[in-house]
Design a binder for this molecule. Structure first.
Ligand code: SF4
Length: 326
């Protein structure tokens, strides 16, 4: 990992106005990802992770979404004012995305090989024959057996794990500077999930790519992420190097998420759970959004939103009482 910044995102806000009011999906997110670094954005469903990733890719329909961002730099190129047409030119080349449902992401009436070949043809000045050879090589690199034969397979003829490998091959095809993987293994069973994550990790290391991994599952980022950002109700509540967060989480929400992961050595019969659920995004509570679910909430928490503050060692936390608890 180098200090070269591949994603610089500042003050991203996304809202969805509707007849009933306004849904503030993302409230001022900052993200930095360096070359070769894997940053995981973690949180429960509905916390704004996927909206953040789609906003970075500029794949949200506007309207209904209203987006504002101070800086959106990918590989040193400012993209916040790019049009759809301009974004089409840079997607795949500078940044690309691995979606969670490969069956919906792939074209069902085109062979997987042709779909990868198309990526090479749109981005590179090469012949069809060369593009086909590269597509077969790309299938081989993500561990698909008999890549020349599988080149002619349609998505429905492959298993879920192989389809996800095809998406990984497409994402890395033109060696982009940033890849966003949105819940890349959610639809897979546990053993296939581990294999696909291994492929993703190997490809990321080999290409030295900046990777933004979106997931609700803290256990799968343990082996992947260098840095973890925990999101809650549209805000980052904790940011930390991965090893430090697993060793000593600061924010009560992060503690709750980690406490809910079962361990082999566990002798507990009852697992810790975070009470209640994420509040309705149209009716977020006053003060700290986590206070109705937090065992440490005080009157101050119920009145004021805590700032995301630097607590040293590369860590940031949005909690008035986090360090007292530590
Ligand atoms: Fe809990 Fe208060 Fe910290 Fe919010 S600010 S997480 S309510 S202790």
């Amino acid at each position: 990992m180098t200090e070269e910044l591949m994603l610089k995102l500042r003050n991203l806000k996304v809202i969805f106005p509707n007849a009933m009011g306004v849904v503030k999906a993302v409230e001022g997110i900052d993200l930095d990802i360096h070359k070769g670094e894997c940053v995981a954005l973690v949180g429960e469903s509905g916390c704004g992770k996927s909206v953040t990733s789609l906003a970075i890719m500029k794949l949200l329909n506007t309207p209904p979404a209203l987006i504002s961002v101070d800086e959106l730099c990918v590989g040193g190129e400012e993209m916040k004012d790019y049009s759809n047409k301009k974004m089409q030119e840079v997607r795949g080349k500078k940044l690309s995305m691995i979606f969670q449902d490969a069956m919906s992401a792939l074209n069902p009436v085109m062979t997987v090989g042709r779909q990868i070949q198309e990526v090479f043809l749109t981005q590179k000045d090469i012949t069809k024959k060369e593009a086909k050879e590269r597509a077969i090589k790309a299938l081989e690199l993500v561990g698909i057996p008999e890549p020349a034969r599988r080149y002619n397979a349609f998505p429905h003829q492959l298993s879920g794990g192989l389809r996800q490998r095809v998406l990984i091959a497409m994402a890395f095809a033109c060696n982009p500077e940033l890849i966003i993987a949105d819940e890349p293994t959610t639809a897979l069973d546990v053993t296939i999930q581990a294999q696909v994550l291994d492929v993703l990790k190997r490809m990321q290391k080999n290409h030295n790519t900046a990777l933004l991994l979106i997931t609700h599952d803290l256990s799968i980022v343990a082996n992947m992420a260098d840095t973890i950002c925990v999101m809650y109700c549209g805000k980052i509540v904790e940011k930390s190097p991965a090893y430090a967060l697993f060793k000593k989480p600061y924010h009560p929400y992060t503690k709750g998420l980690l406490g809910a992961i079962p361990k082999l050595s566990d002798e507990r019969h009852v697992f810790v759970q975070i009470p209640d659920s994420v509040p309705n995004p149209m009716h977020k509570p006053k003060g700290c959004y986590f206070h109705p679910r937090c065992a440490y909430a005080t009157d101050k928490c119920r009145e004021c939103m805590p700032p995301l503050r630097d607590v040293g060692d590369g860590r940031m936390v949005r909690c008035f009482h986090a360090l007292e608890e530590v």
